[in-house]
Design a protein around this ligand. Sequence first.
Ligand code: GSH
Length: 120
Amino acid sequence: MIALNLKGVEYEFLPDDLLNKTELLLKSNPAYKKIPILIHGDKSACESIVIVQYIDQVWASSGPCTLPTDPYDRAIVRFWAAYVDDKVRVVFLMKRNYLRTFKNQFDLTKKWKFEWKRWN
Ligand SMILES: N[C@@H](CCC(=O)N[C@@H](CS)C(=O)NCC(=O)O)C(=O)O
């Protein structure tokens, strides 16, 4: 959305329920079944960095270039995008799964702290 806004491209935002994905999402990104997806006419582009590059190229003459034009600088941006995707997201997902798994224990700890305060 940031890239589209920078380019001044009008778009419609279609939210999706990631726990109950729509047919449109599944049909538009059959490989990963994930968002974001850019639907442009009868075509769809998936993966953030691919979408940003696509937007830069299709709307090249409008607004600023989202990615650097220098090939090396562009490679660096792609490297860090892949790094964040690979490493940071994994940590986020691990934290989410950890919290889900141990939610009951956290609730118990809260209860225990409450009891401790009550008696001390
Ligand atoms: N590499 C992808 C990552 C996309 C991604 O992880 N999307 C998440 C939402 S932020 C998603 O669709 N999750 C649903 C799922 O994993 O089923 C990108 O950069 O576009």
